[in-house]
Design a protein around this ligand. Structure first.
Ligand SMILES: [Zn+2]
Length: 142
Protein backbone atom coordinates (compact mmCIF):
# COMPACT_ATOMS: atom_id res chain seq x y z
CA UNK A 1 0.00 0.00 0.00
CA UNK A 2 1.30 3.41 -0.88
CA UNK A 3 0.14 6.68 0.45
CA UNK A 4 0.74 9.69 -1.71
CA UNK A 5 1.12 13.12 -0.22
CA UNK A 6 -1.92 14.21 -2.20
CA UNK A 7 -4.18 11.85 -0.25
CA UNK A 8 -3.32 13.69 2.95
CA UNK A 9 -4.41 17.02 1.57
CA UNK A 10 -7.77 18.21 2.76
CA UNK A 11 -10.46 20.46 1.38
CA UNK A 12 -11.22 23.07 4.01
CA UNK A 13 -13.99 25.65 3.98
CA UNK A 14 -12.63 29.19 4.32
CA UNK A 15 -15.65 30.13 6.47
CA UNK A 16 -16.90 26.93 8.17
CA UNK A 17 -20.66 26.53 7.80
CA UNK A 18 -21.06 29.42 5.33
CA UNK A 19 -22.68 27.15 2.76
CA UNK A 20 -24.44 23.81 2.29
CA UNK A 21 -24.66 21.72 -0.85
CA UNK A 22 -27.82 19.89 -1.84
CA UNK A 23 -28.26 18.07 -5.17
CA UNK A 24 -25.06 19.72 -6.44
CA UNK A 25 -26.45 23.20 -5.69
CA UNK A 26 -24.68 25.28 -3.07
CA UNK A 27 -26.68 27.57 -0.78
CA UNK A 28 -25.47 30.23 1.60
CA UNK A 29 -26.31 29.67 5.25
CA UNK A 30 -27.17 32.70 7.33
CA UNK A 31 -29.88 33.60 9.80
CA UNK A 32 -33.45 34.86 9.48
CA UNK A 33 -35.72 36.75 11.87
CA UNK A 34 -39.04 34.94 12.27
CA UNK A 35 -40.76 38.21 13.33
CA UNK A 36 -39.92 40.48 10.39
CA UNK A 37 -38.31 38.10 7.90
CA UNK A 38 -34.99 39.97 7.74
CA UNK A 39 -32.07 37.80 6.61
CA UNK A 40 -28.44 38.13 7.64
CA UNK A 41 -25.19 36.92 6.11
CA UNK A 42 -22.77 36.49 7.75
CA UNK A 43 -25.15 35.08 10.38
CA UNK A 44 -26.29 37.51 13.07
CA UNK A 45 -28.32 36.37 16.04
CA UNK A 46 -29.88 39.70 16.99
CA UNK A 47 -32.24 41.21 14.41
CA UNK A 48 -31.03 44.74 13.69
CA UNK A 49 -34.57 45.70 12.57
CA UNK A 50 -36.62 44.28 15.46
CA UNK A 51 -33.75 44.50 17.95
CA UNK A 52 -34.70 41.07 19.20
CA UNK A 53 -32.78 37.83 19.59
CA UNK A 54 -36.00 35.81 19.84
CA UNK A 55 -36.79 33.77 16.76
CA UNK A 56 -33.58 34.63 14.91
CA UNK A 57 -32.48 31.27 13.56
CA UNK A 58 -30.03 29.63 11.22
CA UNK A 59 -31.54 29.57 7.73
CA UNK A 60 -30.68 28.47 4.23
CA UNK A 61 -30.46 31.51 1.99
CA UNK A 62 -30.39 31.76 -1.79
CA UNK A 63 -27.67 31.06 -4.34
CA UNK A 64 -28.50 33.66 -6.97
CA UNK A 65 -28.46 37.42 -7.11
CA UNK A 66 -27.49 40.53 -9.01
CA UNK A 67 -24.14 42.25 -9.09
CA UNK A 68 -24.05 45.40 -6.96
CA UNK A 69 -20.43 46.52 -7.37
CA UNK A 70 -16.92 45.11 -7.60
CA UNK A 71 -13.27 45.96 -7.98
CA UNK A 72 -10.22 44.10 -9.26
CA UNK A 73 -7.61 43.32 -6.62
CA UNK A 74 -4.10 43.58 -8.09
CA UNK A 75 -2.10 43.39 -4.88
CA UNK A 76 -2.91 40.69 -2.33
CA UNK A 77 -1.25 38.68 0.41
CA UNK A 78 1.01 35.91 -0.92
CA UNK A 79 -1.52 33.07 -0.49
CA UNK A 80 -3.82 34.62 -3.04
CA UNK A 81 -3.26 34.79 -6.73
CA UNK A 82 -4.05 38.31 -7.97
CA UNK A 83 -5.54 39.76 -10.01
CA UNK A 84 -9.01 38.69 -8.94
CA UNK A 85 -12.38 40.39 -8.58
CA UNK A 86 -14.03 41.13 -5.25
CA UNK A 87 -17.38 42.80 -4.80
CA UNK A 88 -20.94 42.61 -3.56
CA UNK A 89 -23.96 40.69 -4.84
CA UNK A 90 -27.55 41.44 -3.82
CA UNK A 91 -28.84 38.01 -2.89
CA UNK A 92 -32.29 36.97 -4.16
CA UNK A 93 -34.88 36.70 -2.77
CA UNK A 94 -33.46 38.00 0.51
CA UNK A 95 -32.28 41.37 -0.90
CA UNK A 96 -29.15 41.46 1.25
CA UNK A 97 -25.70 42.50 0.11
CA UNK A 98 -23.14 39.68 0.21
CA UNK A 99 -19.37 40.27 0.11
CA UNK A 100 -17.85 37.82 -2.35
CA UNK A 101 -15.02 36.92 -4.66
CA UNK A 102 -16.29 37.03 -8.26
CA UNK A 103 -15.27 34.39 -10.79
CA UNK A 104 -16.09 33.02 -14.22
CA UNK A 105 -15.37 36.05 -16.37
CA UNK A 106 -12.43 37.76 -18.06
CA UNK A 107 -11.14 40.51 -15.78
CA UNK A 108 -10.53 42.67 -18.86
CA UNK A 109 -14.29 42.69 -19.44
CA UNK A 110 -16.46 45.04 -17.47
CA UNK A 111 -19.41 43.46 -15.71
CA UNK A 112 -22.38 45.78 -15.38
CA UNK A 113 -24.10 46.43 -12.09
CA UNK A 114 -27.29 44.36 -12.14
CA UNK A 115 -25.70 41.39 -13.96
CA UNK A 116 -27.40 38.11 -12.95
CA UNK A 117 -25.02 36.08 -10.78
CA UNK A 118 -25.01 32.56 -9.39
CA UNK A 119 -23.09 30.99 -6.54
CA UNK A 120 -20.37 28.37 -7.00
CA UNK A 121 -17.94 26.67 -4.64
CA UNK A 122 -14.34 27.03 -5.79
CA UNK A 123 -10.80 26.91 -4.53
CA UNK A 124 -9.72 30.17 -2.95
CA UNK A 125 -6.09 29.27 -2.27
CA UNK A 126 -3.83 26.60 -0.78
CA UNK A 127 -2.63 26.83 2.81
CA UNK A 128 0.98 26.18 3.90
CA UNK A 129 0.30 22.42 4.15
CA UNK A 130 -1.07 22.31 0.62
CA UNK A 131 -4.67 21.89 1.75
CA UNK A 132 -7.24 23.36 -0.59
CA UNK A 133 -9.18 26.22 0.96
CA UNK A 134 -12.56 26.57 -0.75
CA UNK A 135 -15.19 29.27 -0.56
CA UNK A 136 -18.43 30.41 -2.09
CA UNK A 137 -17.95 32.76 -5.04
CA UNK A 138 -20.37 34.28 -7.52
CA UNK A 139 -20.11 34.16 -11.31
CA UNK A 140 -22.18 35.65 -14.11
CA UNK A 141 -25.05 33.36 -15.18
CA UNK A 142 -24.12 31.95 -18.60
ZN1 LIG B 1 -36.65 41.17 12.78
Amino acid sequence: MTTSVDEEKKVIEAIPGAFEIENDHPYLVGTKCSKCGAAFFPPRYICTYCLTDEGVQKARLGNKGTLYSYTVINVASKEFNPPYAFGFVILEPEKIRIPTVLTGFDLKEELKSGTQMEMVIEKLRNDEQGNEIVSYKFRPVA
